[in-house]
Design a protein around this ligand. Sequence first.
Ligand code: GUN
Ligand code: ZN
Length: 446
Amino acid sequence: MKAYRAAILRFDPEREAARSAIYEEDGLLVVGPDASGTQRVLAVGPYRELHQGFPDVPIEHLPGRILAPGFVDMHLHFPQTNVIASPADGLLPWLDNHTYPEESRFSDPVYCAESAAFFIAELLRNGVTTALAFASSHPASVTALFEQALQQGLRMIAGLCLMDRHAPPGVLNRAGADGRFDATEQSLIDSEALIKTWHGRNRLGYAITPRFAPSCSEAQLRGAGELAARYPEVWIQSHVAENQDEIEWARALFPASSSYLATYGDFGLLRERAVYAHCLHFDDADRALMRVSGAAAAVCPSSNLFLGSGYFDYAAADRAGMLYGLASDVGGGTSFSPFHTMLAAYYVGRHGQGRPALSLSPQNLWWQHTAGAAQALGLAGVVGNLVPGCEADFVVLNPQATPLLARRTACANSLDELLFALIVLGDDRLIERTVISQALLTIAAN
Ligand code: GUN
Ligand code: ZN
């Protein structure tokens, strides 16, 4: 067992709907291994109340620091690290001119391994301890990503990108080497083999990953849905309703479905543990479909602002009771840093787009990237919070990390002021350390 004394930020699991944080100025976090060796939170609360209950446990005192749950990134792309900061006239030209050429490089296992090591390290350096990621359409990219996640201890959910049409050959799924199976069949066979190898191994999870309806044939979507029915415990991830041109394309390809989102439902791809990136141009019927199916939205504000895709409608999502959480969407998104993503989400709320402007509270923004995102992934009580039973994934924040952070946080008069200063001024420099529950691996970030 081990304990940490510092300020501690966490969320009240009994009051999930309130999205309000509990903040201990002088807190104690006690962690210890379960039967499998995973470190879990054993106790958390005010130092003065707790410490006498753990007289023999060594305490690391971190004065001036804040412990907070490791961040949960609900959607990003492993093969798009080098795509960040590639401007384009919207989603479809961005895919054609920047994204597909870079993703085609992941046919090379050596490039996959080098990129995976960087990608996982960069997530951890930014305080992200759980992620749901697309790999490329090449099985070697999935293997490289899971191997690195295992080695570096990050809780990773990922899958082989399914795309058998409407893209250059270098990024399409490929037929089996012996010619027995075409590209579509092979992509489904590969997905199932990857589920069997990786899903549930240590902290890894598999996600069936149709890229988006326009890049998948009917046969591929049907096969993905059949796989999802056979493996109800695995995740599903895709994109929906991000961009007007994309939506028109999807509607033209699947005219029998009542909406773009409904297309996924028609193939058995809307259920709990299904995560759809963007969900921008929805109507209330789509939102109701999300709620009844238990699917969740990955809100990607920095990507949506960068590509000019649109603005997530928070008020409508809340009225519908949809699950959602925050995501970087690297490389459409502009940063691995959860602070950048939370700030972009704040801008999205303020923008309004003809709707009343919102001021998302800093506690709400933080919740969306931790406990809220975990809940949307079906991992509430497992990650994204620092309450007893949760895996001990956390960040050590140093509010003195930059002169401006030190100056602004020193005059914060409330928790909201403090958290806002961290969100607006923070980046990877704020993450002094990322602590991972796997045998207490510690990543000295900055
Ligand atoms: N839609 C289909 N593929 C992608 C992608 O890689 N990024 C984004 N933002 N949207 C997509
Ligand atoms: Zn994406």
